[in-house]
Every structure is written in C-alpha cells, then in structure tokens.
Design a protein around this ligand. Structure first.
Ligand SMILES: CC(C)(COP(=O)(O)OP(=O)(O)OC[C@H]1O[C@@H](n2cnc3c(N)ncnc32)[C@H](O)[C@@H]1OP(=O)(O)O)[C@@H](O)C(=O)NCCC(=O)NCCS
Length: 146
C-alpha cells in the first residue's frame, strides 16, 4: 500500500480525531505544536501529535485506522515525528503508552523507563493523569531503530 506521512493542516484534524475516537482513545490535540497525518489515496488513515513541554516532547494520539494496521504506517508516523522533534531541538522524546505497545516502540528506538523519570513538564501533561491511562508505561527515545 502506498501512503504518505506529512504535516497535518487544521482541517485534517477532525479525520484523525474520528479514528482515535473509533479506537476509544483521547482525541485531544489542543496542546500539540505539530500533528502529522498519514494518508493513502486522499484518505486520512492515521496520525500522531507532538506536544512540547519545556523543550521535551510527549508524543500523543498515535493512531492507525484498523484496516490499515500492520502495514508500516505507525512505524512511518513515529519515524517522521522523531525527525521533526530532532530538527526542532527536542531535548528528549517520550511516549506514554499501553503496555501492549511496548514492542512497537521498542522497534522504533524507544526503551521503557520508570514513570518517575519523566521530565516535570511531561509528567504534568494531561495524558499522564487520565485514570484509564494508569496501566500505561513511559517510553523514551534512545536513538536508532531495531
Ligand atoms: C500502535 C499502532 C499505531 C501501530 O501501527 P501499525 O501501522 O499497525 O504498525 P506498523 O505496521 O508500522 O508496525 C511496526 C512494527 O511494530 C510491530 N507491531 C505493530 N503493532 C504491534 C502490536 N500491537 N504488538 C506487537 N507488535 C506490533 C509490527 O509487527 C512491526 O514490526 P516489524 O517492523 O518488525 O515488522 C497501531 O496498532 C494502533 O493504531 N493502535 C491503537 C492506538 C494505540 O494504541 N496507539 C498508541 C498510543 S501511544
């Protein structure tokens, strides 16, 4: 499948939010400095949001529509987000994710780190405090991909 990952415009956001809601995930991009979209044949099939907290990044709202999973879209979204964060001088890149996504992030160059090690701004961000996100783990980008 051919797809493209690029920066989303404001009018792309509702389509990404709809995919998030279909997956019962938070669709709040209000604190994101950037949002990337994945599209195929003019249809938005996924996205990811990038929040900056005191120079540190929290990736949020990573999603790929059900029928397009396992085709490399999530991988491409994270790779592009990491590149963008690095270009904009992020001091560290974090994702707060359900434990079953650990392997996915591990293959993208992230390692699991203790929640307590989150930079203060990241730890204070809303996603850390949703009651249903309690089983999440903190992944930190450590470079490269495996
Ligand atoms: C997590 C998610 C974004 C992955 O997207 P995807 O497009 O299906 O993933 P990819 O096809 O790019 O897979 C990349 C790698 O991760 C692996 N992988 C993907 N999903 C996985 C899963 N659920 N469990 C284990 N491995 C997984 C793939 O096998 C692949 O490995 P490979 O490169 O060795 O082949 C997608 O499953 C999703 O939208 N999940 C629901 C939302 C969610 O949990 N988001 C994370 C919030 S932080």
């Amino acid at each position: 499948m051919d797809f493209l990952v690029e920066q989303a415009y404001a009018n792309d956001i509702p389509a990404i939010q709809e995919i998030l809601r279909a997956g019962n995930l938070s669709d709040n991009f209000s604190q994101c400095r950037f949002v990337l979209k994945a599209s195929s044949q003019d249809r938005i099939i996924g996205g990811i949001g990038i929040e900056f907290w005191d120079g540190f990044v929290s990736l949020r709202g990573l999603i790929v529509a059900k029928e397009f999973k396992r085709q490399g879209v999530g991988k491409a979204l994270v790779a592009e987000a990491v590149k963008l964060c690095q270009r904009t001088g992020a001091e560290g890149i974090y994702a707060y994710t359900m434990f079953w996504n650990q392997r996915f992030f591990y293959t993208r160059g992230f390692a699991r780190v203790p929640k307590e090690s989150a930079p203060a701004g990241v730890a204070a961000s809303a996603v850390f405090h949703f009651p249903h996100y309690r089983p999440c783990c903190l992944m930190e980008y450590q470079g490269g991909s495996r």
